[in-house]
Design a protein around this ligand. Sequence first.
Ligand code: ADE
Length: 249
Amino acid sequence: MAIGLICAIPQELAHLRTLLVDAVAVRAAHTEFVSGTLDGFDVVLAGSGMGKVNSALVATVLADRFGCGAIVFSGVAGGLDPHLAVGDVVIADRVIQHDAGLIEDDRLQTYQPGHVPFINPTEVFGYRVDDALLALVVDRLAEFTLPTAAIRFGTVLSGDQYLHCEVTRQRLQREFGGLAVEMEGGAVAQVADAFGVPWLVIRALSDLAGRDSRFDFLAFVDEAAASSVAILRWLLPVLSPFVQRRSTG
Ligand code: ADE
């Protein structure tokens, strides 16, 4: 059983694609699923395109058609926490779809996807990384350093919008305490949870989601995507037992 790997954009995918050994590509829907090995671990790599529907579709194919035993998103994000800098890495312990919910009094009240408070209320908010997997990831990363960057664990926000606004950046950080914002992780987590597959979201900051974010993104996307891949490779040994566990039932 393989580890499913998802990237959204070509800049994120490029780093991983060249590292795959014995690669075999199959087309499905709008993209290519490449089976192969990465550092000796069986993986299936797919570029989803941007946004929650694209990444949900690809996560579904990885879980259902390829039977992946774990799914990892690797890529870039905008920073929300003012203590973070471009190049820092955020690993989600929880993801929230910040654009899902109820609109009341001209304002979005974020709520769990698939639920409306007065139709099918739920206490659940966001998606949490499997506790045992998270503990192993934290442990393993204690021995990993990036030359000038920090690695942080916390909440990542997902929505179908590229954030390029300081006011919204501050509001999202205030409301959810999020470390980073991106456009796919929440959907990958929702699909993986539905299949009972453990998941991880690894994001290196290409920008800080405010006014300069479009310029920073273009300047730093390649470097940030490479950092995310370095961390993903370091974490493969702790993901592998989860994959084996799923194949043995
Ligand atoms: N991915 C990278 N930067 C982002 C931003 N500012 N907003 C949403 N997704 C991003």
